[in-house]
Design a protein around this ligand. Sequence first.
Ligand SMILES: *Cc1c(COP(=O)(O)O)cnc(C)c1O
Length: 425
Amino acid sequence: MNSITGSSLKDLQAAESKLLVQTYERYPLLFVSGEGVHLRDEHGNDYLDLLSGIGVSALGYNHPAITHAIAEQSSQILHTSNLFYHRGTTELAMRLTEITGLDRVFLCNSGTEAWEAALKLARAHAGRLRAEGKQLGTKFLAIEHSFHGRTMGSVATTHKQKYREPFAPVMPGVEFVAFNDVAALRGAFSTDVCAIAIEPIQGEGGINPVSQKFLAAARELCDSTGALLLLDEIQSGMGRTGKWCAYQHYGIQPDVTTLAKPLAGGIPMGAMLCTEEAARSFTPGMHGTTFGGNPLACAVAVAVVDEIKQSRLLDHITSTGDYFRTRLRDLQAKYPSIVDVRGLGLMIGVELNSDALAKSILAGMMDRRILLNRTHETVLRFLPPFLITREHVDQTIAALSELLALHTPSNLLHSTSLAGEPING
Ligand SMILES: *Cc1c(COP(=O)(O)O)cnc(C)c1O
């Protein structure tokens, strides 16, 4: 068989299962197009997408700014290699340095590649400082429940054992510190450390915002030795939380940050940004990539940044996110199975009291044609396109409420007059 055009989902599943390396478990859905915040399956059914391809399709589907940038750029030049100049890299770097407050950019093709660049820069930086007579080691401090990607360096700084152990030995020299435990961070820190690695809001780890004290302590410790503070904004950056980067909510600047997922609105792209001082530690030939910063990806990323600015999406993300969390907290007041509602802007986690409940709520939402996913087993994760409106939030809350009611015995329901007061049951 050499074509699958027009085949049913069942035939596709059968063919794929024989052809692809089996790294993914997929939901039994086949999408063929999308418009705005909706995806359309092969039967013409529309789904409200509250996951945006794990935070990638931030401007939704078929957005004119993106389709226009792709059409324009693809008719001119797709790729030149990093042996030659093209205007797109500088156009994009001007925008990314402005929105992050950092000085220089390295462009690549994915999140993990951006994170590898950050790790390599930290090692190279410590090496340069050692050559200048400073005392600085090669150790990384990473955080429990972190996720930084799937390549060898990234998995070494990723906490979950199942992502690391099958591939041992991964990059040595990583110690994990308990999340938001300032004393543990101080205890683990020394001149052996070349960098502290933190997601300001952990994504895969269950939508956990880092505390102000923890981030401030990390900044202060790094400043005391010249180690680098690496903040991974691959999931939380590009406006997702209502600011361009989540660290801007804390008023703390990193030495290095990484962007990817929504950066080019669905075209694969990553970026590592750093200070002038850190950038001095990479010299020509030390690091690189064939595709990184190619004209197509740059043109689309420029269009994404400009669209977020022109349509004032950061304000929209903040107000819609606040509204979403308020409505979720109203549900929490009614249903004791909601343990916590967390997040910032449109990066939202709803922790439920059991794995099985999270699984069946997710399945029920999918039956109601609303897409989200589950992370850290019990946390429902919402990473909707930046364009969702209050009407989409209301539709989601109505569906969730219906499902929670189905799964909650009436004797455990909080009466609405007791909203917000926990009852033991
Ligand atoms: C998704 C993600 C990565 C990895 O990005 P890929 O593009 O999948 O390589 C790294 N860090 C964080 C915080 C992420 O959410």
